[in-house]
Design a protein around this ligand. Structure first.
Ligand SMILES: Cc1cc2nc3c(=O)[nH]c(=O)nc-3n(C[C@H](O)[C@H](O)[C@H](O)COP(=O)(O)OP(=O)(O)OC[C@H]3O[C@@H](n4cnc5c(N)ncnc54)[C@H](O)[C@@H]3O)c2cc1C
Length: 568
């Protein structure tokens, strides 16, 4: 078996993976590998724009309790409150660490770190670097990583499976896209930081690589997926591309207008207006569009307006230059003079790989961090700027935990039998035939059409049943997928087929969990069950893989300080 060995394997080089790598690399005795199916700096994280939440000004009235309460309420009470407290307390340290590692945080006139308002936060606590926060964060972490030796980089290497035997992680199977080589990477520990899965939707802010591979592999290897039915629709996706117009646009004072020129949020959330939590704003926009107060858009993508004109050229150029550039390049619109066409867009997986407060999965030497994980920080609805923050906090924690596990385990777990690797190589390169009848492109498109149409901002039982039937039908067509390219080097045809299979497994989990949950909570809004039902549904969904589809189980929500109250 062609094998490499590393103490810690980090699957993913986004914010969570890089933060974990920095934490581990500080220990020169530990051999760490960081793996990305794209170039190292091409993760989804570089697109993060608006900011990273942290309590930085307690002297001006912000507090851990306030940040925690905003997060609990935003989550519609489905988040674990012990997890939230740990998060808010850890965040200021992460902001200062990044500062020391060289990030150019925006400044106030007195020289202190600046922060901007974000939806659902009752205090302006989104720390930012222009409207390119994720880009600067990724670069600050990468630069810091260069200070340390012992970091092995596997760029453009696709991980196809996670091998677990006797509930112990053994290693991952890897395909080097640049050379075609297939090999096994043995590890003492694994941190899964492989990002979200929003590419199961067609209209999404996620990059093409966000196909939930790590989640799907973990699921198939026996680790449960938690709360995947909660998928966030961000209120401001640029029509028709789906590119994100950052929440910072509203944080800096932008308005949402319908076709009558009304700031319609007045009707839905008069206090917080455009800066209400994302689920609230997305539902309001959808109602405006459905009731005829939107604008006709291409391909059914009807929209409302995000208007920045009143902010003036100076503010737009200083605080939102990236947004202006995107609007001009993709829509030939200059936001200084014209409003931007936007609508709700699939943006973030609140659910993911089931972890505890330490980011530990049920397998003793596997952790998960970042968007792929569900440690229950975001519950039913994530607050903007809490995700990059989560990546930093649990990148650090899981890095520290994995390093300490390695210190206590001098030898590697036994290699799995050689046939495991051989089987996976055969599955990867042999399963799809050149003369298969189905194109992965068609299956992906049909999946996206189903999810966009039936699992969007508002859901109903019959629509979801139809969606589940469709997803199952698409899954049955997978074995007949055609892969014409028989080579192993940069075989994007094959890569796409593998990714589609991952998306289908996760779509099945999402729809099954959503159908079962007969209530409306956070981003899961049902027209046939319009109320939150704490008696029956104040619990987390766990989905376990079986050959016949997901088996659902439930575990309680941890409530420490705040009993659920109506979310108004
Ligand atoms: C446009 C946009 C703007 C956003 N703005 C903000 C914001 O302002 N504030 C905020 O808090 N959040 C924001 N978010 C959310 C936040 O950026 C993401 O949730 C977060 O960055 C995800 O980071 P991650 O490390 O979990 O994963 P990612 O950055 O998605 O990285 C995943 C990594 O896993 C690798 N990978 C995946 N599968 C495989 C495989 N099979 N083999 C090998 N490698 C693999 C990828 O190559 C990549 O390196 C935004 C999201 C988007 C899309």
């Amino acid at each position: 078996m062609n094998t490499r060995s590393h103490d810690v394997i980090i699957l993913g080089s986004g914010l969570a993976g890089l933060r974990a790598a920095v934490e581990i690399a500080r220990n020169p005795d530990i051999d760490v590998a960081i793996i990305s199916k794209a170039q190292l700096m091409r993760s989804n994280s570089v697109g993060a724009a608006g900011g990273t939440a942290a309590v930085m000004r307690p002297e001006d009235g912000d507090s851990f309790e306030l940040h925690a309460w905003d997060t609990v309420k935003g989550a519609d009470f489905l988040a674990d409150q012990d997890v939230i407290m740990r998060f808010v307390e850890a965040m200021p340290g992460e902001i200062l660490r990044l500062e020391h590692w060289g990030i150019p945080w925006a400044r106030r006139t007195d020289g202190r770190i600046n922060q901007r308002p974000f939806g659902g936060h009752s205090y302006p606590r989104a720390t930012f670097a222009s409207d390119k926060t994720g880009f600067y964060e990724v670069h600050a972490l990468y630069d810091t990583l260069q200070k340390y030796g012992g970091v092995n980089v596997y760029a453009e290497v696709y991980i196809s499976s996670i091998i677990i035997e006797d509930n112990i992680f053994r290693g991952v199977t890897a395909w080097d896209l640049t050379t075609g080589e297939f090999f096994f990477i043995q590890g003492k520990t694994l941190i899964i930081a492989s990002g979200g899965a929003c590419r199961m939707f067609g209209f999404t802010t996620h990059s093409y690589m966000a196909t939930g591979d790590g989640m799907a592999m973990a699921y198939r290897a026996g680790i449960p997926i938690k709360d995947l039915e909660f998928l966030q629709f961000h209120p401001t996706g640029l029509v028709p591309s789906g590119i994100l117009i950052t929440e910072a646009a509203r944080g800096e004072g932008g308005y949402l207008l319908n076709n009558k020129g009304e700031r319609f949020m007045e009707k839905y959330a008069p206090e917080r207006m455009e800066l209400s939590p994302r689920d609230v704003v997305s539902r309001a926009e959808t109602t405006e569009i459905v009731e005829g107060r939107g604008f006709n858009g291409p391909g059914g993508l009807d929209y409302v307006h995000c208007d920045l004109r009143h902010l003036g050229a100076d503010k737009i150029n200083e605080r939102l230059p990236g947004i202006r550039e995107v609007a001009m390049r993709f829509n030939f619109i200059d936001p200084i003079f014209e409003p931007i066409p936007i609508r709700p867009v699939a943006h973030y997986c609140m659910g993911g790989i089931h972890t505890n407060i330490d980011g530990a999965t049920p397998v003793e030497n596997i952790w998960a961090a970042g968007e792929t994980a569900c440690g229950s920080l975001h519950g039913g609805n994530r607050l903007g700027s809490n995700s990059t923050a989560e990546c930093l906090v649990w990148g650090q924690i899981t890095g520290e935990k994995a390093a300490s596990y390695v210190s206590g385990h001098k030898s590697f777990p036994a290699l799995p039998g050689e046939e495991k690797s051989k089987q996976e190589e055969a599955r990867l390169f042999g399963r799809f035939k050149a003369d298969g009848k189905e194109k992965s492109y068609d299956i992906r498109k049909e999946l996206q059409k189903t999810m966009d149409g039936q699992l969007s901002v508002y859901r109903t039982g019959p629509e979801m049943e139809a969606a589940l039937k469709k997803v199952k039908e698409l899954k049955q067509r997978v074995p007949d997928m055609q892969v014409k390219d028989r080579g192993r080097i940069y075989n994007t045809d094959l890569l796409s087929a593998m990714e589609v299979e991952n998306l289908l497994d996760l779509a099945e989990v999402l729809v099954t969990g959503a159908l079962a949950r007969t209530e409306s909570r956070g981003a899961h809004s049902r027209r046939d069950f319009t109320k939150r039902d704490d008696i029956n549904w104040l619990k987390h969904t766990l989905a376990y893989w079986t050959p016949d589809g997901p088996r659902l189980d439930y575990i309680p929500v941890t409530i420490t300080m705040w009993q659920p109250v109506e979310k108004k």
